[in-house]
Design a protein around this ligand. Structure first.
Ligand code: P53
Length: 479
């Protein structure tokens, strides 16, 4: 490629507090919603328990002990050449139950030290406020985000950390993958996005929408407060973009894909345009769903729109209405089903592998919103083999990343999409969100720990480490 990636492109890596830090009950930290999720497995769902129960295994309690080992890990990130690290702030380190008047100083100090260590090593922190966790007490006391009382508590948390890290962090995101809860309304996503357990199925859709709207209001209010604290802040939203393709050129398949994508766009449409889209209003009316939103809250949405769009991209999906194609029916689009795409393969966890989909997403999102984009997650969860020589030959991961970076560079260099950076997920092995496994690995740095929690926690460079190192050193030219 003759044209090049921008000079200040933020090559980086991504993790999240609850999947990496561990230290779940030290230095005044309160129990988080992530602390009651047991380990599941490949195809085995995680359980959400009422509080922490003796005899259950909770992989996030220790995770990879990043809390204590961050200095050592940052040396590896520096060696890798990372320009930025995306992580999150654990809300319950700052406000242990969410409702305290004053923040927990030890929690604030931890992130001061972490951000200082990053800056000292030339790595810019990129920070998510709520990455799939919040104080567990907010579930117990309020029943999670469908309750409007949680909105000011989030805004208080956001203001506290914006103020404290005003000169240490520029790039922020409010809620990680806020749209995940809409996708089939899986219990785990409803829990991690919104701290809700909904037993009555007939209430589920309405409550999930109400929680989403409340989070969008909380996000907008946080953006407004953040800009008052530091007008230079860049505050984005964070979406999981799993584009849904029409299986065939049958017009009904195309229309089904439009409707399926709307479910995912709803949240970013509000974050970016500051109003509830008409297609959602129509859908609520059709389903008899009443959403509470005041004129003042609508004004907040309008005033607190985001500066950029952070998103994860792992895979695409495919939808069809054709009788002859087998698939899983979708609840919200009558007559349509999710089918497999015959042109692409999948990972061991059944996640379709579609690099061109990344270029497609970059183009369509930019066309829709005309804002800068930031790929804040992308990567390949796989089983790794540690050899007797203590090496991991993860050529499959290199292939996945290389093919995605190629498509990303086409989008930037050939298509002109403004892209701030690229932070592959789980740059160091961490606990899988979906399955709770350690052995669904994404890292370029191997962590010696297995699914049952055994291991030395030692760190080792995989083959992909040296590969990514030269990708960054060449600003994406040597792939
Ligand atoms: P794990 C679904 C689709 C796309 C992204 O996931 C997703 C999910 C959730 O299952 O989540 C993001 O660890 C999330 C991370 C998570 C990562 O993808 O299940 O933001 O917290 O770890 C990978 O393989």
């Amino acid at each position: 490629m003759s044209a090049k990636m921008p000079k200040d492109f933020l090559w980086g890596g991504a993790i999240a507090a609850h999947q990496a830090e561990g230290a779940w009950n030290v230095a005044g930290r309160g129990m988080s919603t992530a602390d009651v999720m047991t380990a599941g497995g490949n195809g085995i769902p995680r359980k959400i328990t009422k509080g922490v129960i003796e005899g259950e295994y909770y992989p996030n309690h220790e995770a990879i002990d990043f809390y204590h080992r961050y200095k050592e890990d940052i040396q590896l990130f520096k060696e890798l050449g990372l320009k930025c690290l995306r992580t999150s702030i654990s809300w319950s380190r700052i406000y242990p139950t969410g409702t305290e008047e004053e923040p927990n100083e030890a929690g604030l100090q931890y992130y001061d030290d972490l951000f200082d260590e990053l800056q000292a090593n030339g790595i810019e922190p990129v920070i998510t406020l709520s990455h799939f966790e919040m104080p567990y007490a907010l579930y117990e006391e309020f029943g999670g985000f469908a309750n409007k009382e949680v909105i000011p508590l989030f805004v208080k948390f956001a203001k506290t950390v914006f103020q404290r890290y005003r000169d240490k962090v520029t790039y922020w995101m409010t809620f990680n993958e806020i749209n995940n809860q809409a996708d089939g309304q899986e219990p785990l996503h409803v829990w991690t996005n919104s701290a809700m357990i909904i037993e009555d199925d007939s209430q589920k859709e309405a409550l999930v929408f109400q929680a989403g709207v409340n989070e969008l209001i909380a996000s907008a209010a946080a953006v407004i407060e953040g800009k008052k604290i530091n007008p230079e802040f860049q505050i984005g939203c964070m979406m999981a973009y799993v584009p849904v393709y029409p299986y065939s050129c049958a017009p009904a398949d195309l229309m089904a894909s439009v409707k399926a994508n709307e479910r995912r766009y709803f949240y970013s449409d509000v974050h970016v345009r500051g109003k509830i889209p008409t297609y959602v209003q129509k859908y609520w009316a059709k389903k008899g769903i009443t959403i509470e939103i005041t004129p003042e809250e609508q004004a907040l949405l309008k005033a607190g729109t985001v500066d950029y769009i952070g998103f994860s991209y792992y895979m695409s999906g495919t939808i069809s209405t054709l009788d002859e194609v087998a698939g899983t029916p979708t609840e919200d689009i009558p007559g349509a089903k999710i089918v497999s795409n015959p042109y692409i393969s999948a990972s061991d966890w059944g996640w379709p592998i579609d690099p061109v989909g990344l270029r497609y997403v970059l183009n369509t999102i930019y066309q829709r919103y005309d804002l800068p984009l930031f790929i804040v997650e992308n990567g390949f969860g796989a089983y790794d083999q540690l050899t007797n020589e203590q090496q991991v030959h993860d050529d499959y991961r290199i292939t996945y990343l290389k093919e995605h970076i190629e498509q990303m560079e086409k989008a930037v260099v050939e298509d002109g999409v403004p892209l701030l950076g690229y932070t592959p997920w789980g740059i160091i092995d961490i606990v899988s969100f979906g399955s709770g496994e350690m052995e669904k690995r994404y890292g370029m740095i191997y962590v010696d720990k297995d699914n049952t929690g055994k291991g030395t926690l030692n760190r080792l460079k995989k083959d992909s480490f040296a590969w990514y190192q030269q990708v960054i050193a060449s600003n994406g030219e040597t792939l």
